[in-house]
Design a binder for this molecule. Structure first.
Ligand code: NAP
Length: 319
């Protein structure tokens, strides 16, 4: 009898949790399009890192469409000017471009600080990101590994607190500001074969949540976005489908969630995918599954790029 009532209690609690999650999801991904936040109220300018293509370009364009002037940061003057010109022509907003390479580390932030000095920054989108390999690979398979490790940490991790440091003081003074950090579904759980990327994205999640907790009382919102697949250069411009969003489509939905959630998959389709992941961690992390994924996911002959001795790819000793 006691077991039955305990079972009933657990079931009701889980049903209640599920109902609550559904209500929050409905508000965040469906109702949010009807009551969008006034993003212009955060301040005149939005700053977007990695703004020359994919998700970053889409954020810059959508923020301009919603009334903000935009600072575009990227590594190619030509691509920056092209996006800036498009924004000016289409939405008549002011733009400012800053060319830096985020893999260069700490040295670039004094330049960015100088360029942002006189601007009222309402929104920062920490979007810039890179992957180590364009295919599933063991940690030791990465070509030019020593440089790549530093590059990805500088680009995916260092850029987030450094850019936040530059804009937070003026946001706190005004008692208003929004920082959007683009993490990834790959940061929510450990993902072998994209090990470094996955780990860098976990940093972004923890940093965002802690920063939000510290500064929400000062009027600052820090939102962390954890997308699944979006069709961009990073994903080799995968065909858009229910599962794979286009960058503009994803960003439109993700910006609607501002004011409704500080931790979001960005859009309904990605939220449903996050909710319905069925593979248990013990299977995903097993050597068998990793070997299978490694074989089935790759078409490229990665062995051309790395030393050939037996065992050197996985780092395991020869038997
Ligand atoms: N696409 C997805 O499915 C997906 C899923 C989850 C999370 N994300 C995250 O979303 C963010 C944007 O990814 P994306 O798919 O839009 O990638 P993308 O199309 O490759 O765009 C990346 C942007 O960052 C710029 N960039 C890359 N390395 C840079 C560097 N060292 N210095 C300066 N700028 C640099 C690129 O400039 P260039 O134009 O010069 O290349 C481009 O503007 C990343 O943080 C990524 O981890 C993407």
């Amino acid at each position: 009898m006691e077991f039955a009532s305990l079972g009933g209690f657990t079931l009701s609690l889980n049903l209640l949790k599920l109902t609550w999650k559904c209500c929050c999801g409905f508000r965040q991904y469906v109702l949010s399009s009807l009551c969008q936040a006034n993003l212009r109220a955060y301040g005149q300018w939005a700053v977007v890192t990695g703004a020359t293509s994919g998700i970053g370009k889409a954020y810059a364009t959508e923020l301009a469409r919603r009334g903000l002037d935009v600072v575009l940061i990227g590594r190619s003057d030509e691509r920056l000017l092209k996006v800036a010109q498009k924004i000016k022509n289409k939405y008549g907003r002011k733009t400012h471009t800053i060319r830096v390479d985020f893999t260069e580390g700490n040295s670039i932030y004094s330049t960015i600080a100088r360029e942002l000095h006189d601007l009222q920054i309402g929104i920062l989108v920490n979007n810039v990101g890179m992957v180590c390999n364009d295919h599933f690979a063991y940690f030791m398979e990465t070509a030019d590994q020593k440089k790549k490790i530093t590059d990805i940490i500088n680009c995916n991790i260092l850029s987030v607190p450094q850019m936040s440091r530059l804009v937070l003081p003026q946001m706190v003074l005004r008692g208003r500001g929004l920082i959007i950090n683009i993490s990834s579904e790959m940061g929510l759980r450990p993902h072998p074969l994209v090990t470094l990327y996955s780990a860098t994205k976990t940093f972004v999640i923890h940093f965002s949540q802690c920063l939000h907790a510290e500064y929400k009382s000062e009027g600052i919102t820090v939102q962390c976005v954890t997308p699944f697949m979006v069709s961009t250069n990073m994903t080799k411009n995968l065909k858009v489908s229910f599962f794979v969003k286009s960058a503009p489509g994803f960003v439109y939905d993700a910006l609607n969630t501002v004011g409704h959630s500080t931790f979001t998959s960005g859009c309904l389709s990605h939220a449903l995918q996050a909710f319905s992941i069925l593979l248990p961690d013990w299977l995903r992390m097993s050597a068998f599954f990793i070997r299978w994924l490694r074989k089935s996911g790759n078409t490229k002959d990665y062995r051309k790029d790395v030393p050939r001795e037996k065992g050197c790819l996985t780092g395991k000793k020869n038997k």
